[in-house]
Design a protein around this ligand. Structure first.
Ligand code: PAF
Length: 298
């Protein structure tokens, strides 16, 4: 695996691949890699001739300086993991390479970016869209691979790609979970042992809420009860728990026939903000596993 940190170096490498007719995939990340990221690399490896993984902690998408400063940075370990998963190039630009002096352009996304994490983190998705667009232009990739854990992010990026006619295909890969159901995330390593135990309540509550809505419970009542259960488990505050149409993330107060629907939530445990989402109805196998785990622990 080669590590490249400049746009010029990356372009030269990708141009040579493309002259040989290679199809190029990119997995954009902010590092602190875990099994979820590696599953994206594996998906890219299975479909593409060449794979680039990017590691760049993007200051433009942080609304909170403390969050940016404490974001885990583990480039050496990330490089070892990526090399062992068969990545061809690790692209790790500096902040100055990405945003040179005088940088003054920003992509503003509406629609799918409104509310949810966009409401709780003003400017976050503009920062994501801007850096992701730059990464697409810098890598000249044919396909980009993202995790569904960041469901709103995926829909925002799909919208941007469609609106700006970017010649790239977006591939969304399923959320990877720990044995107790917690979605894998770089932030999980910041949870205290007590908070880590409580964190597993989030996917359980989401799965039960998604099932209740699918079985006919009124949406507002199901969401209210889910928020209470999260609060009881120690989540404070619960930023949101909402039902949305998958395609454009329009808010829904009831299921609509023929409209794929998702339940999305974000909530804090101490100073760690966790997000998760599930389709409605929840995946059968996931819910069955939770029932089995609950039986074992009762
Ligand atoms: O999901 C992330 O890690 C980031 O938001 C991304 C897509 C790499 C952009 O900085």
């Amino acid at each position: 695996m080669e590590t490249i940190s400049t746009v010029a170096g990356l372009r030269a490498c990708v141009r040579a691949w493309k002259r040989d007719g290679a199809r190029v995939g990119v997995v954009p990340t902010m590092g602190a890699l875990h099994e979820g990221h590696l599953s994206l690399v594996q998906a890219a490896r299975a479909r593409m001739d060449r794979v680039i993984a990017t590691v760049f902690v993007n200051p433009m998408q942080f609304d909170n300086v403390g969050d940016l400063e404490t974001y885990p940075r583990t480039l050496g370990q990330d490089a070892r993991l990526l090399a062992s998963t068969g990545v061809d190039v690790l692209y790790a630009p500096t902040a100055v390479e990405m945003y040179p002096p005088g940088f003054a352009t920003r992509i503003a996304v509406a629609g799918a970016a409104a509310g949810l994490c966009g409401g709780a983190r003003p400017g976050h998705f503009d920062g994501v869209a801007t850096v992701v667009c730059k990464l697409f232009m810098q890598t000249l990739a044919d396909c980009a691979f993202f995790g569904e854990k960041d469901f709103q992010q995926v829909q925002v990026i799909r919208r941007m790609v469609a609106d700006l006619d970017l010649p790239i295909e977006i591939v969304a890969c399923p959320t990877r979970r720990e044995a107790d159901g917690l979605a894998r995330s770089s932030r999980n390593r910041r949870l205290t042992p007590v908070a880590r135990q409580a964190a597993a309540v989030l996917p359980r509550v989401l799965a039960a809420c998604a099932r209740d809505i699918a079985m006919g419970t009124e949406v507002a009542a199901a969401l209210g009860s889910a928020a209470e259960q999260l609060a009881d488990a120690g989540f404070a505050p619960v930023d949101y728990i909402e039902l949305r149409a998958e395609a454009d993330l329009a808010p829904l107060s009831a299921l609509l026939p023929g409209t794929p629907t998702r339940l999305l939530a974000a909530a804090w445990l101490g100073d760690v903000r966790l997000i998760d989402n599930m389709p409605v109805p929840p995946p059968e196998d996931y819910f069955n596993k939770q029932l089995i785990n609950n039986d074992k622990s009762s």
